[in-house]
Design a protein around this ligand. Structure first.
Ligand code: ASP
Length: 422
């Protein structure tokens, strides 16, 4: 069997959904499970609705209304008959959000976030399953929350692999004998049946969980790029497609911030030796990239650019050494504020990191650190990572840049830089 994953961009309009269903149709006689993200930027919009609701500082009902219009506009373009049952189904799914918003926002923020934001995936999959059926595909909508079982670490839930694998293996193969399964990425549920999410961009990971549990022959992530490129075309004009990539290189690239695949996706596939294809939904016949067991090194150096970085330098106030005791306190503070470290370096008397400038939580972290340490901060920086670097590639990215911190090992070079004229 195979697993396909379609992200938000691939289903952002009625035409895009038609394209996705035309790809699925080609596989209608094989065993296939399809994982789909929320339509377009729905997750961001639902996150803003949640924030407005919790802080009571925005017209969240108005925002919900325009999201509803967008979904209904797509429905109208897909289904000529407005009496098709999917119209009611989608309306009722929106009512689930309205119910939450009509109450006082008393629950924990992260819990509320998951209850509201997860509905984006329920909506998209209901529409796609209905449209696939309408086009003559034997498709069945499956609720991923019945299968992806997690703890209650809302917004970044941890999967209970044993229970999840067991449930998937017991129930899904017989459904796959008769139907193409359409299910949600990104969402799961706790043992008390509360909805959880697996962390932003987590649908790739969901697809990997289904694939690993079902021992899939392969998994395909359909993207708007031709496959894994050696740099994000947003930052680089001359990019090259990497036809074949080892699991290890893929893990390293995503760890350092390559956004093409969610970092948690690859390990479960590597464990089961399941090939991961990254292919273009715009050009579905093109071969794309295969990620698999191979000794082949990356054919070209790869570049990862992360803008909007904050550099934080931490020193004990009494100029004592940075030791285990300080480090464990510092790491705990980062963990508490949910801040991921992109680069770190320590010397005898200081510890420095680069993190994404995510706003409020970074400032809250700094406040906490300042109570115990001397902290200096620089913002507006860029983190450049080169896998399989050489001097030429370093020179290429450093034009007009000044290095603030540089870390190298045999394969990877990371440089935190700022523009020279600033
Ligand atoms: N819809 C979720 C997000 O935007 C998950 C995903 O698309 O992978 O983060």
């Amino acid at each position: 069997m195979q697993v396909f994953k379609f992200g938000g961009a691939s289903v952002k309009s009625a035409d895009n959904i038609k394209n996705v269903v035309s790809i699925i149709e080609k596989y209608k006689n094989s065993a296939l499970l399809v994982v789909v993200s929320a339509i377009g930027k729905t997750t961001d919009k639902l996150a803003r609705i949640t924030e407005g609701f919790v802080k009571q500082n925005a017209d969240y009902f108005g925002m919900l209304d325009s999201l509803k219009q967008e979904h209904f506009q797509i429905l109208k373009e897909l289904f000529p008959d407005e009496n098709h049952p999917v119209f009611d189904d989608i309306a009722n799914t929106f009512v689930e959000i309205e119910w939450i918003l009509e109450d006082e926002p008393q629950d924990d923020y992260d819990y509320l976030f998951d209850q509201i934001v997860s509905i984006g995936e329920l909506l998209s999959t209901k529409i796609i399953a209905a449209y696939a059926q309408f086009m003559g595909v034997q498709a069945k909508w499956v609720d991923a929350r019945d299968y992806i079982l997690t703890d209650n670490n809302y917004r970044e839930a941890n999967v209970d692999w044993a229970k999840t694998e067991d449930k998937i293996r017991k129930e899904l193969p017989s459904i796959l004998d008769d139907y193409i399964i359409v299910t949600q990425g990104y969402i799961g549920s706790t043992s008390e049946n509360f909805t959880t999410t697996l962390g932003r961009e987590g649908s790739d990971y969901s697809a990997a969980i289904f694939a690993a549990s079902l021992h899939a022959e392969n998994i395909t992530i359909w993207k708007d790029v031709p496959g894994v490129l050696n740099a994000d075309p947003k930052w680089f004009d001359k990019t090259e497609l990497i036809p074949e990539l080892s699991y290890t290189d893929a893990i390293e690239l995503t760890y350092y911030g390559a956004t093409v695949i969610h970092p948690k996706t690859i390990k479960p596939l590597q464990n089961k030796k399941i090939t991961l294809n990254v292919r273009s939904f715009v050009d579905p016949e093109a071969p794309g990239t295969q990620i698999k067991t191979t000794n082949q090194m990356l054919p070209v150096p790869s570049f990862i650019f992360k803008v909007n970085q904050v550099f934080i330098n931490i020193q004990p106030r009494d100029f004592s050494f940075i030791v285990e005791d300080n480090l464990s306190h510092i790491f705990n503070s980062f963990h508490k504020h949910r801040i991921k470290i992109n680069m770190m370096h320590n010397s005898a008397i200081s510890f420095s990191v680069a993190v994404d400038d995510t706003g409020e939580n970074v400032w809250a972290l700094l406040e906490q650190l300042e109570q115990r340490y001397k902290v200096s901060v620089a913002t507006g920086l860029e983190l450049i990572t080169i896998r399989y670097y050489n001097q030429e590639t370093i020179d290429r990215v450093l034009v007009n840049k000044e290095i603030i911190r540089e870390l190298k090992d045999s394969y990877t070079c990371q440089m935190l830089v700022k523009n020279k004229d600033e």
